[in-house]
Design a binder for this molecule. Structure first.
Ligand code: FAD
Length: 401
């Protein structure tokens, strides 16, 4: 079956769904093609920290009903080392900005509901998805769905299909420059049926390795432990996980996470990755398809949002005025923010994890870094302004949402 649209979007993660809705609000047609089921996409537990700008975007897009009701606004964050929690008052240091904890799966669910309400096409369970003719005036997305083969011709293709998608590998060899760094550790993450014992996130540096206390709701805690990158999850019984969490996180004033039934556990390796440029001919990469950050700085989902704001703005300009100046600037505008987020995520990661080859000198320098952060207003301000999110490259007003 042959059909056409203005923008073909591959992937119904945060990037693809946000782009689809921004284009809808600008009166631009799109078709979203996703290879997983609706249930799988909604149930996938991942990010949970939204920058101030991402919250403002979702509000301006009219998809923040659930976020406003159930999102947990955090005006501070704790750095825990040497048995003491040190609070960074982000709101005070950034003239009132904050982060909001609201699960990525909730964001995705709200965006899918909004998409369905628009009546615009969103195919789940698409098979054999491929992109072709990227250099032609009408590139195509091919896929099969419910036994029918589709050929969708588009003005532009948005590759929002994550790190393991098909769009980036479809770009001819030699076009992309790849920048990559792998880390010698991963995160063992759990979701636990336990009320959060602290209202804000607690990042812990401990002799035995990094740990992070966070939450998804008033009843569910999300916790992470530094482990080797290839650690089999089968090595960790629930009791062993809680023993290690408590050992690393408990502070000298008696604070520790509440223990509860573990609902889900997994190990994720960590990498920093950038593919540049983020455009080839009529294909635009956005979100994890173009870049990955280690999750310590909580930037991945927020970078995906920042990319699609630039892309939607550029497409709006193209369809309204015929100018492709902003489409031409898409990659360089996005990469400026991407590299700042890469730098911040790398810095947070190296500050808070123990490296396997750390010397006694490195260890003392590490502790001095943390001591400086906890005692210098300038250092805390730098952390705070990056954690709540640097200003958008494109003002939301320019989108006329
Ligand atoms: C454990 C963990 C914790 C994290 N914590 C945070 C955090 O606190 N804050 C934060 O900002 N970020 C965090 N992140 C990162 C964040 O989850 C990602 O950056 C975000 O999901 C990127 O969105 P995306 O839409 O670009 O990609 P994805 O969410 O990967 O979406 C891509 C979509 O494309 C689909 N797809 C893939 N291949 C194809 C294909 N061939 N055809 C069609 N569809 C396809 C996928 O099924 C998926 O639905 C975390 C990530 C992990 C793994």
């Amino acid at each position: 079956m042959s059909s056409g649209t203005q923008v073909g979007i591959v992937g119904a993660g945060p990037a693809g769904l946000m782009l689809g809705h921004l284009l809808h609000l600008a009166g631009i047609d799109s078709v979203i093609v996703e290879n997983r089921s609706r249930e799988y996409v909604i149930d996938r537990v991942r990010a949970g920290v939204l920058e101030q700008g991402t919250v403002d975007l979702l509000c301006a897009m009219g998809v923040a009903g659930g976020l406003n009701r159930r999102g947990l606004r955090h005006e501070g964050v704790y750095i825990n080392f040497d048995g003491c929690r040190h609070r960074v008052d982000m709101a005070e240091l950034t003239s009132g900005k904050a982060i909001t904890v609201y699960g990525q799966n909730e964001v995705v669910k709200d965006l899918i509901d909004a998409r369905v309400e628009t009546g615009r096409p969103l195919y789940f369970d698409a098979q054999e998805v491929s992109v072709d003719a990227l250099d032609a005036t009408r590139p195509v997305i091919r896929f099969s769905h419910a036994g029918t083969s589709h050929e969708l011709s588009c003005d532009f293709v948005a590759g929002c299909d994550g790190f393991h998608g098909v769009c980036r590998p479809s770009i001819p060899a030699g076009v992309l420059q790849i920048y990559e760094r792998l880390y010698p550790f991963g995160w063992l993450g759990i979701l636990a049926e336990a009320a959060p014992s602290c209202d804000e996130l607690v990042y812990t540096y401990h002799d035995r390795g990094f740990a992070l206390f966070s939450m998804r709701s008033t009843d569910v805690t999300r916790l992470y432990l530094q482990v080797p990158p290839d650690e089999p999850i089968a090595n960790w019984s629930d009791d062993a996980i809680w023993d290690e969490m408590l050992r690393r996180m408990t502070t000298s004033d008696g604070w520790s996470p509440n223990v509860g039934r573990i609902l889900q556990k997994s190990v994720t390796a960590m990498r920093s990755f950038v593919a540049a440029p983020m455009r080839h001919a009529r294909l635009f990469l956005a979100g994890d398809a173009a870049h990955i950050v280690p999750p310590t700085g909580a930037k991945g989902l927020n970078l995906a949002a920042a990319d699609v704001v630039v892309l939607a703005s550029a497409l709006k300009e193209f369809y309204e005025t015929g100018s492709d100046a902003m489409l031409d600037g898409y990659s360089s505008i996005c990469l400026r923010r991407v590299w700042k987020a890469q730098r911040f995520s790398w810095w947070m990661t190296t500050l808070l994890h123990r490296l396997p080859d750390e010397t006694p000198f490195d260890h003392q320098r590490h502790l001095a870094d943390l001591d400086y952060l906890a005692s210098s207003r300038a250092a805390m301000t730098s952390l705070a302004e990056q954690y709540v999110g640097l200003p958008w490259e494109i003002s939301l007003e320019s989108l006329h949402l």
